[in-house]
Design a protein around this ligand. Structure first.
Ligand code: DAH
Length: 341
């Protein structure tokens, strides 16, 4: 039995030392130490030994078991280390290999123009407001003094959501004037850029969706001179010092007096050319002194406060800023076009 035990010890230690991986090691553990293993089989024969031999063999068997267990544990640790090293080696990242090129886009030309406009107004102490594109007709029309029957309220011009013409896609950013008057403390200085919608056919200067920037100031003693001074400053910052403007009388229901502002044509310098249709001037925005009834409807006393407002076409402003000839280019987003800015 002693020989048998020593043979088991020698063979098992050798096999364990040579095992290649964890699975092989586990198989060896079962082979020698398992319930039906070789060492167990020898121990079962203990009964046939004499009482003198039994403790000696017992001690030897325990020593063999301990040696085998220790060898398995040691080899297992070694194998784990080897496996980890192998994995680390296989997963090594070569940081010197050039990566895939990431294409970074850039701001759309219209938003470049918008950001310039916002910066100019923020610099003058204005707050930038954002508002809903789905708007109540009450705010888009009634509260702006455009009563029932006003031509702009017609179904042929406006996208309504309901039979009663109460909810609509806003046709102008002007309802933001009302929202500002209803929610802000006086004095008010705001600009509100955003999308507006009208039933227009698409051509070089029209689109059923376009952008406006609304502006409004309400304070004590505000005059038309403030309106002109502010807008002239904005135009010079946007288009360069010395850019000429022209204010023409016009009509809007929510301003009195009302005007339109033109900028001198950038192509011909005012002589007249195809870009300005021979006029020498390009229309940029509508503006005026806020109608006393609009102030009254917002609970503001027109005898104490006065204000001015304007609504600017953003695409048109960007087209002049970047000399873009066709409005459709702004919305098509052809990268060959966009990459030029
Ligand atoms: N909302 C007008 C339009 O869409 C533009 C406009 C004109 C806005 C005069 C104003 C204004 O605030 O005072 O044609």
């Amino acid at each position: 039995m002693k020989t048998k035990l020593e043979e088991i010890k020698r063979a098992s230690l050798e096999a364990i030392a040579n095992s290649a991986d964890a699975a092989e090691l586990e198989a060896l553990r079962i082979k020698y130490l398992g319930k039906k293993g070789e060492l167990t089989a020898v121990l079962k024969q203990m009964g046939s030994l004499s009482p003198e031999e039994r403790p000696i063999m017992g001690q030897l068997a325990n020593e063999v078991r301990a040696a085998v267990e220790a060898a398995i544990e040691e080899t297992s640790a070694k194998l784990a280390e080897v496996a980890l090293e192998k994995q680390l080696l296989a997963e090594t990242v070569d940081v010197t290999i050039p990566g895939k090129e990431v294409k970074v886009g850039h701001k759309h030309p219209m938003y470049i123009a918008l950001d310039e406009i916002k910066d100019i107004f923020i610099g003058m102490g204005f707050t930038v407001l954002d508002g809903p594109e789905v708007e109540f007709a009450e705010l888009n029309f009634d509260r702006l003094n455009a009563e029932e029957g006003h031509p702009s309220r017609d179904w042929s011009d406006t996208f309504y959501f309901d039979e009663d013409s109460r909810v609509m896609l806003r046709s102008q950013t002007s309802p933001m004037q009302v929202r500002a008057m209803d929610s802000m403390e006086l004095p008010i200085r705001i600009v509100a850029p955003g999308r507006v919608y009208r039933k227009d056919e698409v051509d070089a200067t029209h689109s059923p969706m376009f952008h406006q920037v609304e502006g409004m100031v309400i304070d004590k003693g505000v005059t038309m001179a403030d309106l002109k001074g502010t807008l002239n400053t904005v135009v010079e910052q946007l288009y360069g010092a010395g850019t000429q403007t022209r204010f023409r009388p016009h009509h809007f229901p929510f301003t009195e007096p009302s005007c339109e502002m033109d900028v001198q044509c950038h192509k011909c310098g005012g002589v007249g050319c195809p870009t300005c249709k021979g006029e020498g001037w390009i229309e940029l925005l509508g503006a005026g002194m806020i109608h006393p009834r609009v102030l009254e409807m917002a609970g503001i006393d027109p005898n104490v406060y006065s204000g001015w407002a304007f609504g600017l076409g953003l695409e048109r402003t960007a087209m002049r800023r970047f000399k873009i000839a066709d409005l459709r280019l702004i919305f098509e987003n052809d990268v060959r076009f966009l990459e030029q800015f």
